[in-house]
Ligand binder design. Structure first.
Ligand SMILES: [Fe+2]
Ligand SMILES: [Fe+2]
Length: 209
């Protein structure tokens, strides 16, 4: 049941690249064709900090998926998780580019969030594939709710950031549906509450740090 050493080395390498190297995207950045909005300094700062939170969320998504794939038993589940992780890499690239364009910076806490999320993902994987997928489905549902909140807070003028968040929201909703389609179990309410609390810690700290 223990992961093999070369899988661990690959996972460690992916972690370093997620946190420290620029992410690559196959799909074009949503809203690329839109003009840059004329925003006040305050609006720009708000957008940059919200996009920093979303970038950290994507760092966590990478870590969760990699952790889950490391301990998932069924090869089909592993393949699905690895495929989803590749899609999340695009979100990582989009948010990273947007932060740069807004003159913001990435969260200083990303290495710690990566490590914590990786451990959570690996634990979920050890619980067995139905729970692993259930954890994934619930995570994605909570991410969709979080992104809805950001769509309310992002400046109306910042159509470029909004286009990215809207595309991510669509993808995350699809990830949840696909996990349910693969046989995800419904998590008990206390587990969901702990997950909400954990992500609250992540979103509030990365908004400032
Ligand atoms: Fe994502
Ligand atoms: Fe996702």
């Amino acid at each position: 049941m223990l992961p093999r050493l070369d899988d661990l080395i690959v996972a460690f390498d992916r972690g370093l690249r997620t946190v420290f190297a620029p992410a690559q995207s196959v799909r074009a950045t949503p809203g690329e064709e839109l003009p840059e909005a004329d925003m006040s300094e305050e609006q720009r700062r708000l957008s940059a900090s919200l996009m920093r939170v979303n970038h950290t969320g994507e760092v966590c998504a990478q870590a969760l998926y990699q952790g889950q794939a490391l301990t998932a038993r069924d090869p089909a589940s592993r393949a699905a998780l690895e495929q989803a992780a590749r899609e999340e890499t695009e979100h990582l690239a989009w948010t990273e580019r947007r932060i740069e364009a807004l003159g913001g910076r990435k969260s200083l806490l990303n290495p710690a969030f990566y490590a914590g999320s990786f451990a959570m993902g690996a634990l979920a994987g050890l619980a067995g594939d139905r729970w692993n997928l259930g954890f994934l489905a619930e995570t994605e549902r909570q991410v969709v709710a979080h992104l809805d909140g950001h769509l309310k807070r992002l400046p109306e003028e910042d159509r470029k950031s909004r286009a990215i968040v809207e595309s991510m929201r669509e993808d995350e909703a699809r990830h949840a549906t696909s996990a349910i389609g693969h046989g995800a179990a419904e998590l008990p309410e206390p587990a969901k509450a702990v997950m909400r609390l954990t992500s609250k810690v992540m979103t509030t700290t990365s908004e400032v740090l």
